[in-house]
Design a protein around this ligand. Structure first.
Ligand SMILES: Cc1cc2nc3c(=O)[nH]c(=O)nc-3n(C[C@H](O)[C@H](O)[C@H](O)COP(=O)(O)OP(=O)(O)OC[C@H]3O[C@@H](n4cnc5c(N)ncnc54)[C@H](O)[C@@H]3O)c2cc1C
Length: 567
């Protein structure tokens, strides 16, 4: 198989996949598909994965970006799940320390609110115990004065105190990508921009897929003993391709997040609070911005284009202004935002916020295995369940055996500690190396926070540019970053670099806008784009920025806009 997870290798990778029957083909390159590809390849299966857009472009780049400890499940009385999720969080922190970072969270308690002081105290205590939370991160209960000292911006009327505990922050798109890269290094064959359009059958059973390379237009037939549908919000569409959309179905709900400059909402730590309509909302500081989320409303429009509406925005602004009365956020303060679809499983008579976030496996008569629902946090366990099932079916078909899941021991790409026991020391070494190469400290820090130990591969690409007397220019820095993105992260469009590889359109939208033309020029030169292709890239980036700057009023207006766009 090809050595590099490179945009240049996509066709060769697909040719390799088509050459020989795979043990397992995974449809969908979100976190669920990535986790399955990693687990199955680690157990020695011949695995392929196809993603119709870019990796993580669906729900896996549009979440609240938290690796939860499962507090919500405690409220629902699901003790087993709290324990499992707590354990998963610790495993992910150990294996991906560059992307899964503990961050304190404040749960303010008000007279008449969802959580009472003593129930929160006992609840958080039990949660710490069940989830195996480390001593230094165990919950503290704060009285009213301590709470105000921690967060002076909070509404003080009716405030009784707060729970102070830890959640873990992540970058969902990067986590998905780094798991994908790890699966690749374990032998999985993976390609983006390849859409599964049909199934192939042998004796009435799924025996592979027809898929279209959306970049070259080429069609491929890929044969596989087992096919898993991990298409997130699209799983029912994929089941429909197989003619097996029966029984349980998905119910999609839309969740929106807003981004404001930090000075507009300068919270000192994350806050998880009640909204006037009884829902819960997060406010999360991150670098120079603070983000707010989320809404939870039934969604029936185009799955490919969930969008924030002014109604969604105003709902979140009202919630924040009610909780932080001095802040007075206005629509013009929103610098970016995103909308994602929760692939939940429909349950009769339940509203969006009441539906379970649990995952479930559906088995079609054709042999297609579908995994639906779930969370980022539980991806490894979901993958284990699916791959156990695939292993069992393969053994029934052909005999032999597969080892048990061992993904809890695999370091995720970028999480290597370079010989240090503690990741913090590794980070220091990486920063020092960057500064020695003439990289400005803020850029080196951004790279280390984004790429972890893979920053070294960007540094390698910089060597020979600057010198002791001349620091690398801004363009040389961007070129090194882009060369890594293309050659080692299979980045094929400028919009993907600006949104998914760097997170700039979410968290540094002005930078995304300012750099867009240079990104297109440098990527175009590297990938040999024609003038027409460069123009298409420009149009795609313009459209991405437009969805950030111009919001439809509500879902009805969005529906109209989508009809116009598609006609
Ligand atoms: C608003 C919101 C907030 C959330 N917050 C959190 C959180 O803080 N923590 C947490 O743990 N979880 C959170 N979640 C849940 C979590 O984000 C999802 O469970 C998870 O990302 C789903 O991943 P997935 O891989 O199943 O789906 P996706 O990421 O959507 O991946 C499915 C992929 O399949 C591809 N695909 C579809 N059809 C085809 C085809 N025919 N051929 C090839 N590819 C195809 C799609 O392009 C897509 O990339 C949140 C979800 C939402 C919506």
């Amino acid at each position: 198989m090809n050595k590099n997870f490179s945009a240049f290798n996509r066709s060769a990778i697909l040719a390799g996949m088509a050459e020989q029957e795979l043990d397992l083909l995974v449809i969908g390159g979100g976190i669920t598909g990535a986790g399955i590809a990693l687990d199955a390849s680690q157990r020695g299966m011949r695995v392929g994965l196809l993603e119709q857009n870019d990796f993580g472009s669906g729900t896996s780049s549009r979440s609240t970006k938290l690796i939860h400890g499962g507090l919500r499940y405690l409220k629902q009385g699901d003790v087993k799940l709290v324990r499992e999720v707590g354990r998963e969080r610790a495993i992910l922190h150990r294996n991906a320390p560059h992307l899964v970072i503990p961050a304190p969270m404040l749960l303010p308690i008000y007279k008449g609110g969802t959580y009472g002081y003593w129930t929160s105290s006992v609840g958080l205590y039990i949660y710490d115990w069940l989830a195996g939370v480390e001593r230094k991160e165990r919950r503290k209960m704060l009285n009213r004065e301590e709470t105000i000292r921690h967060e002076p911006l909070l509404k003080q009327d009716g405030l009784k105190g707060a729970g102070y505990y830890y959640e873990y922050r992540t970058d969902d798109a990067r986590l998905t990508l780094d798991i994908m890269k790890t699966a690749w290094s374990q032998g999985a064959a993976i390609a983006n921009y390849v859409q599964v359009t049909e199934f192939l059958y042998r004796d009435g059973k799924v025996a592979g897929v027809k898929a279209k390379d959306r970049r070259s237009g080429q069609t491929w037939e890929i044969r596989a003993k087992k096919v898993v549908n991990a298409a997130g919000p699209w799983v029912d569409n994929v089941r429909q391709l197989d003619g097996s959309l029966q029984g349980k179905r998905l119910f999609l709900t839309k969740g929106v997040h807003l981004v404001v400059e930090k000075e507009k909402l300068p919270v000192r730590q994350s806050v998880y609070f009640d909204t006037p309509d009884g829902r819960m909302v997060f406010v999360i500081p991150r670098g120079n911005i603070t983000y707010i989320g989320t809404t939870d409303t039934a969604y029936k429009l185009d799955i490919n284009q969930p969008r924030t509406t002014r109604e969604d925005r105003d709902y979140l602004l009202r919630a924040v202004n009610a909780m932080f009365p001095q802040v007075k956020l206005e629509a013009k303060d929103v610098v970016s935002h995103w909308a994602g679809l929760r692939p939940l499983i429909y349950e009769e008579g339940k509203g969006p916020s009441e539906l379970s976030r649990k995952d479930e496996i559906f088995l079609s008569e054709s042999g297609l295995i579908t995994i639906a629902g779930g969370k980022l946090t539980g991806f490894r366990k979901m993958a284990e369940k699916v791959v156990d099932l695939v292993a069992e079916q393969l053994v029934q078909m052909q005999g032999g055996s597969f080892p048990a899941c061992r993904t809890d021991e695999i370091v995720i790409s970028g999480g290597e500690r370079l010989g240090h026991a503690d990741y913090a020391d590794c980070k220091q070494e990486l920063l020092k190396k960057g500064v020695a190469l003439g990289v400005e400290e803020t850029i080196a820090r951004e790279w280390v926070d984004t790429y972890g130990s893979n920053t070294l591969h960007i540094y390698e690409r910089l060597e020979g540019t600057g010198s002791r007397v001349r620091k690398p220019s801004e363009e040389e820095l961007l070129k090194a970053q882009l060369s890594y993105a293309i050659e080692a992260e299979m980045t094929v469009t400028a919009a993907d670099f600006l949104r998914l590889r760097t997170g700039w359109t979410y968290f540094q939208v002005k930078k995304a806008e300012a750099k867009a033309e240079t990104v297109i020029r440098l990527m175009g030169d590297a990938l040999g784009w024609s003038e027409a292709e460069r123009e298409r890239e420009r149009a795609e980036v313009r459209q991405l920025l437009e969805t950030i700057y111009r919001l439809p009023e509500n879902e009805a207006e969005l529906a109209q806009a989508l009809v116009m766009q598609n006609s």
